[in-house]
Write a protein that binds this ligand. Structure first.
Ligand code: F6R
Length: 604
């Protein structure tokens, strides 16, 4: 969702601000803007639309200041428009503000400020921030005091940057439930809502925690806790290389990230799985006694991460016989879940910033459950809330549609299941065989990649369709769900995933002559049953595309390597990712930035 960048230093701010915003494009947005301090005043430009458009209308020559803030907005309060775009500036032009998050009490504050004689020009919640700053500034003529009072009044989530000609070399920074990082480069200090935006300037970052603030003055950063007491903070090193956020010759990030999956999987499981050593997680251990008394496990996540959770459930239940409930984070919270010390709650989030997942995690902690976060982003909010964190090392995922992070999440979930089995039973042949399969997976993925031309050709045939179906049983149903989500989010084609046996209880009425149905068939135990369901739709005129590791011949058969059904989603999803990608390309769509979607969903 909204992206934030700030800079103060020796250089002209505009270049790093625009560059940073471009790197954050993947977060999803509908308008963009910048504000700088120069010649003792705020200069700003903003509009609805893409950053390219902002660049077209801004005259670089006029934006010469060395301090500035910038923003990409994903509309929450008020339509996408120039007025609602950030930065927001008070009527006296003293404070320019960019904000990510939602201010829950903005109506109350707005009402109060209107009564005090202030006016507003947008429908946003954010605009109360510069106006409140001005309100308090008028009282004491002290910017820092105004900052303190303003923050005290805000309720909700925020990552906020404020600049003012009253302190012309200063950026005021505040964070609460919305990500913000600060990096010190050779020629200035950078702030952003996400590491990639400023990765080219430094590998060392300060991660603000909720309630913390920073005042950046020239090249000095002073940190404060929630009570505004000065604190010291250590920077942390992020080892991502710059080329991890380049397209590296690929047309789109999504295509690049699909191809990076073998590497992402290998890096994630490096040090966790080896053929002859016991499985171990650097970050934590679970003992036998704890696992034996465990009543149940919850896996909580959203979207693709939730699908990885379903594959985890399959693995844990089959291997460990511990009951697992997988819940969508936005539902978990409102179901009054039954949790206690004998419940283990696992939260999966690529970004680590998904508001629903974070809220669900907080609830689990309140109710005394043990919590594990699985995240791809170092020091993200979810990792700070959970008792333990396991990182997926998929590298930065830029395309909105998740691919390599999903593969890495599945890798962690399966390894966790194997780990629990090993703790409970000691090493046995089943564990050894599965470990061997896991080690082989990167090579097997490369085998699947060899059929990319076939996937492209199938996509070409399907690109004019309006409805597609995906069916499977067991873990194949989980793959069907993920395949269907990939397709709809980037190609805008309606699609449904069903458990194969469920079709005849209703959805089969939708199958018409020529309807495409993907059948996922990788589990020999349910193979014949699913095959019968496919025959049922075929006899109603459907075109079947099979994704299978069984020995089946035919035109529309995508053959993938045979592997244990616990692991088969990792290979079976690849053709579906490619097909979704190539269908979207055929339709001329912006694959990396699908409409209405944001990479990081930081509002509930
Ligand atoms: C789909 C997709 C989303 C995310 C979901 C959760 O391709 O990317 O469904 O999986 O928004 O995001 P994270 O994992 O960041 O919590």
């Amino acid at each position: 969702m909204c992206g934030i960048v700030g800079y103060v230093g020796k250089n002209k701010a505009i270049y790093s601000l625009i560059k940073g915003l471009k790197t954050l494009e993947y977060r999803g947005y509908d308008s963009a803007g910048v504000a700088l301090i120069q010649n003792g005043e705020i200069i700003s430009i903003k509009d609805k639309g893409r950053i390219d458009h902002l660049e077209n209308i801004l005259e670089y020559d006029k934006f010469t200041g060395n301090i500035g803030i910038a923003h990409t907005r994903w509309a929450t309060h008020g339509i996408p428009s120039k007025e609602n775009a950030h930065p927001h500036i008070d009527q006296n032009h003293h404070f320019a503000v960019v904000h990510n998050g939602i201010l829950e009490n903005y109506l109350e504050l707005k009402d109060f400020l209107c009564k005090e004689g202030f006016s507003f020009s947008s429908q946003t919640d954010t605009e109360v921030v510069p106006v409140l700053m001005e309100y308090y500034y008028q009282k004491d003529k002290d910017v820092i005091k105004a900052f303190q009072h303003t923050l005290k009044d805000l309720r909700g989530s925020y990552g906020i940057l404020i600049i003012t000609p009253l302190l012309p070399d200063t950026i005021l920074v505040a964070k609460n439930n919305s990500p913000l990082v600060i990096g010190k480069g050779c020629d200035g200090i950078y702030v952003a809502s996400d590491v990639p935006a400023i990765l080219q300037y430094t590998n060392y970052f300060y991660f603000l925690e909720d309630g913390q603030k920073a005042i950046i003055h020239d090249d000095v950063i002073t940190f404060y806790d929630s009570k505004f007491h000065e604190i010291s903070k250590q920077s942390k090193k992020i080892d991502w290389e710059m080329d991890a956020i380049d397209k590296n010759g690929y047309e789109d990030y999504m295509l690049k990230e699909i191809h990076e999956q073998p590497e992402a999987f290998k890096n994630t499981l490096n040090g966790i799985i080896s053929a002859h050593e016991p499985i171990h997680f650097l970050e934590f251990s679970l003992d036998k006694k704890y696992l034996e008394q465990l009543k149940q496990i919850y896996i909580v996540a959203c979207g693709t991460a939730m699908h990885a959770g379903l594959v985890g459930k399959y693995a844990i239940e089959r291997l460990c016989r511990i009951p697992v409930i997988v819940e969508v984070a936005s539902e978990f919270r409102y179901q009054d879940p039954i949790l206690d010390e004998q419940t283990l709650c696992i939260f999966i989030s690529q970004s680590g910033e998904t508001a629903d997942t974070i809220a669900a995690l907080k609830l689990a902690r309140e109710r005394k459950a043990k919590t594990i976060a699985i995240s791809n982003v170092f020091e993200s909010s979810i990792t700070r809330e959970a008792k333990y964190t396991i990182y997926t090392h998929a590298g930065p995922e830029i395309a909105v549609a998740s691919t390599k992070a999903y593969i890495a999440q599945v890798g962690i979930m399966v390894s966790l299941a194997l780990y629990m089995k090993e703790v409970l039973e000691g090493v046995n042949d089943e564990i050894i065989a599965l470990k061997r399969d896991i080690i082989e997976i990167p090579r097997l993925m490369e085998e699947v990649f060899k059929n990319e031309d076939m996937f492209k050709e199938l996509a070409h045939r399907m690109s004019k369709e309006t409805d597609l179906f995906y069916i499977g049983r067991g873990n194949d149903y989980h793959t069907a769900m993920e395949g269907s989500l990939k397709l709809k989010e980037i190609s805008y084609i309606h699609s449904e995933a069903y458990p194969a046996g469920e079709l005849k209880h209703g959805p089969i009425a939708l199958i018409d002559k020529g309807t495409y149905v993907f059948g996922i068939l990788t589990d020999a135990q349910v193979y014949e049953k699913t095959f019968s369901n496919l025959e049922e739709v075929k006899s109603r005129g459907a075109n079947i595309i099979l994704v299978t590791n069984q020995d089946i011949k035919g035109d529309n058969v995508i053959t993938i390597p045979n592997i244990d059904p616990i692991l088969s989603p990792i290979l079976a999803i690849i053709p579906l990712q490619f097909i979704a990608y190539y269908i979207a390309k055929e339709k001329g769509l912006d694959v990396d930035k699908p409409r209405n979607l944001a990479k990081s969903v930081t509002v509930e």
